[in-house]
Design a protein around this ligand. Structure first.
Ligand code: AVI
Length: 338
């Protein structure tokens, strides 16, 4: 890690802002590669431009999308247990640093947390999210890291106080974002997060659960068409930023539950044959051909705990919501990852 800079006067109440210069994504190369595959596919990490982020927030408010509300309700219910498990003075680390309501719920539940460090691949995003948090928690030590959280991190080298470094590390990864990774990548991410923990530290992670296909398909294809708009927004972004001419009206959004892979698969389906150009390259999509957009894996307690065990994480406690089943896991380092 480069020597972190402490810049309290310039950091809007933050203890530090550190840019670890994660490698920049190559939007053009990734989109052209995805459209050139036999099964066309677009990387979901590109959903989140300004409009995409606004649409995702709107998804979380749709009545069919139970994920956000259910997890938040469960977090509130288990708050006293989290306080007990974390003990006093925890150092909270949040890869993603996106969900201000959930992190506030956790911080409010804990017993005098010593510090919070948010991280995200977008420096602007993590900085403003952490500054907003610092305004609400003026006595909490708060740092922001521009970092690709799929990469290793030397937590001991972060410019935090001795008190913060002495606290239990609690890595918080809510939202079932883990479900958007291919299982092999989810395992790699769990191993990376495991690498941030010492004996006695913990990973608190949300994982959505298998349920009736009707509920799952409705959650990912809401009546108001917000999830469809979220997917089609990536087509608009491609047209705008890569000089494309894809006719979005020729594409229909569809969400399908795949029980064999235990995941909801999201696609754009061509209504007719279409020829289009993106980034100076020509493509054809045939009627009924699909563009694979995203997966959202769903787990049972057992399948998630098995995955965690392969990453060297042992389940200390798991909670399941009363209504649409959603799980939150308290995982602790155990032995080595395999
Ligand atoms: C961010 N992630 C947890 C969402 C999910 O539920 O898989 C992404 C999403 N895509 C469409 N709707 C929600």
């Amino acid at each position: 890690m480069t020597e972190p800079r402490k810049m309290p006067s310039q950091t809007g109440g933050l203890s530090f802002f550190e840019d670890m210069h994660p490698p920049a994504a190559d939007f053009r190369a990734d989109i052209l590669a995805g459209l050139s595959k036999p099964q066309k596919a677009l990387p979901p990490k590109y959903y989140y431009d300004e409009e995409g982020s606004r649409l995702f927030d709107a998804i979380t408010e749709q009545p069919e999308y139970y994920v956000t509300g259910t997890e938040l309700e469960l977090m509130r219910t288990i708050g006293p247990e989290l306080r007990e498990l974390a003990g006093e003075g925890a150092l909270v680390l949040e890869p993603g640093a996106g969900s201000s309501v959930k992190i506030r719920t956790l911080l409010d539940a804990l017993d005098s947390p010593s510090a919070y460090v948010g991280m995200d691949i977008s420096g602007d995003h993590v900085r403003s999210a952490c500054e907003a948090l610092a305004a609400d928690y003026p006595s909490l030590e708060i740092g922001a890291l521009c970092h690709d959280f799929t990469q290793s991190l030397d937590v001991a080298a972060l410019p935090l106080s001795a008190k913060a470094h002495a606290g239990r590390r609690l890595v918080f990864f809510p939202g079932s974002t883990i479900g958007n990774f291919e299982l092999i990548d989810a395992l790699a991410l769990l191993k990376t997060l495991r690498g941030w923990l010492r004996e006695g530290d913990a990973l608190l992670i949300g994982a959505d659960m298998r349920k009736a296909s009707e509920a799952l398909e409705a959650a990912y294809d809401d009546e108001a068409g917000v999830t469809a708009a979220f997917n089609l927004n990536l087509i608009a972004r491609i047209n705008r930023e890569l000089d494309g001419d894809i006719d979005a009206d020729g594409l229909q959004y569809r969400a399908l539950w795949n029980p064999y892979r235990s995941r909801v698969e999201m696609y754009l389906v061509a209504r007719r044959d279409m020829h289009f150009t993106v980034g100076g390259e020509r493509f054809v999509i045939r009627k009924d051909e699909t563009i694979h957009m995203e997966n959202s894996h769903k787990f049972t307690l057992e399948t998630f705990q098995d995955l965690a065990a392969k990453a060297g994480l042992r389940s200390r406690k798991a909670w399941v919501s009363a209504r649409e089943p959603f799980s939150i896991h308290w995982l602790e380092p155990a032995g080595e990852a395999c």
